[in-house]
Ligand binder design. Structure first.
Ligand code: PGA
Length: 245
């Protein structure tokens, strides 16, 4: 049985005062039956990790190198040292804003695993790829290129259609199921039993009002939530829907 995972991606949001969101989640989900993860900006990782027991803390990116002359970047070992347990890699905003290619994501994933972090690797098609019927080809190529060969079952994959991120639009439940079943088969074909252990998250406009129906879809083991993870009022019911699924 895969343990379900409710993951929040705060993106470039969150000041010290927003630590209160994580504290509120710690209280309201003290006996959580699912894993809860918040990926705050790097500036908050150490303080949140030091004060959180229920909520795991993760990074939003890391550099592929162990250390060195890379101004402004952060290594996987630094994230782990600050208390992070996961790191989001290959988010579409990184792929678009920073030109990250599949091979860069794979190199970062290797660095993350070497530092003891679970990589949370994102994939997803654009609207024109969806409309052109290319979705599964795009996802297949991203998985092949972004996931290194020597991974274990702690790897997490998030399916995030780019056109659903921050737009309020979500694919049909059938479309989500088709992609998640395809990802599962691809991972099992390539990795065997570890591919069956990897958690598959859906991401893109997950809200309290649509979470339960998404969590009922086959091979959806949780969600990667952006906007609705910024407040406990929104994220808490999403966690509760996952616990009930
Ligand atoms: P959203 O973002 O929930 O705000 O659509 C999801 C994500 O980009 O991870």
């Amino acid at each position: 049985m895969r343990r379900k995972l409710a993951a929040g991606n705060w993106k470039m949001n969150g000041l010290a005062a927003d630590s209160a969101v994580v504290r509120a989640l710690e209280v309201s989900h003290a006996a959580a039956s699912v894993d809860i993860l918040i990926c705050p900006p790097a500036t908050l990782i150490a303080s949140l990790a030091a004060t959180s027991e229920i909520v795991a803390i993760g990074g939003q990116d890391c550099h592929a190198a162990e250390k060195g002359a890379h101004t402004g970047d952060i290594s996987a070992a630094m994230l782990a040292d600050a208390g992070a347990r996961y790191v989001i890699l290959g988010h579409s905003e990184r792929r678009e804003d920073h030109g990250e290619r599949d091979e860069d994501v794979a190199a970062k994933a290797r660095a993350a695993m070497a530092a003891g972090l679970a990589p949370l690797i994102c994939c997803g098609e654009s609207l024109s790829q969806r409309e052109g019927g290319e979705t599964l080809d795009v996802i297949g190529a991203q998985l092949a290129g972004s996931i290194p060969d020597d991974v274990d079952g702690s790897l997490v994959v998030a399916y995030e259609p780019i056109w659903a991120i921050g737009t309020g639009k979500i694919p049909t439940l059938e479309q989500i199921g088709d992609v998640h079943d395809f990802i599962r088969k691809t991972l099992v074909d390539r990795f065997g039993p570890p591919g069956d252990a990897m958690r598959l998250l859906y991401g893109g406009s997950v809200k309290p009002g649509n979470a339960a129906e998404i969590f009922a879809v086959s091979n959806v083991d949780g969600a990667l939530v952006g906007g609705a993870s910024l407040t406990a009022e929104d994220f808490s019911p999403i966690i509760a829907a996952l616990e009930a699924a």
